[in-house]
Design a protein around this ligand. Sequence first.
Ligand code: OAD
Length: 241
Amino acid sequence: MQISISAELRQRFADAQRVLVLTGAGVSAESGVPTFRGGGGTAVWKGMPFEVISSGQMLERNLPAVWEWFDYRRGVLEALHPNPAHYEIARWQECFPEFTLVTQNVDGLHQKAGSQNVVELHGNVWRARCTVCRLGHDMSQSARPESCPGCGNALRPDVVLFGEMLPPGAYEFAASRAAQCDLCFVIGTSALVYPAAALPGVARSAGAYVCEVNPERTPLSDLCDEVITGKAGEVVPQIGL
Ligand code: OAD
């Protein structure tokens, strides 16, 4: 597929000092991770829209059902691998004096591709945390424990559910980096979930050049300086060429 990247973007990429990348589910689509929205549809699991099963209310009402959904998602993710977009974004961390990767994804594929210091706005499905003492527990190498290894209370996925707050400080840190960046990429997000979707606007208001990569238009498209219509795995590796 012919992808058109402007000479201006190439120049800005070559000159950039501070780069911020915001990613969403679309960056993992070519790895086989289903997106939540897009293509005219939304995800449903056992007849429940994902906003219902992935909600703070459901966690309070039926924690086992929430675990069933996240256990299922980890099962799907286990066999999947990063795609060329994840690897290229990981390479970018070496290319600029300051680089910040902010993701809404909970799949851990950026880290698997080598990205470091990823700002995870919505948590990570490979971690559990205690509902009482908040102790975190890594599940990437081992099975999910029945209860908190520290205090014995119930564990929950370390993921932000609908109706819940973001991890303390995560958005504030991302917004401070957005306010200082000179180049911002928005890759594979429907830009419907706030506050993540506000970050490109913060960057734009501070004078950054903002570029969106998505096969579909989003509510942010009009705000962007450049919109590259295409799949992340095909477009992203071509940006820095
Ligand atoms: P969505 O599923 O809402 O949007 C996915 C976006 O990716 C859509 O705009 C698609 O057009 C685009 N897309 C699809 N395939 C693509 C590809 N190959 N390359 C690039 N883009 C592609 O996902 P998010 O915007 O990430 O929260 O959703 C935001 C949040 O809503 C998620 O983090 C999740 C959900 O509730 C939590 O799980 C806490």
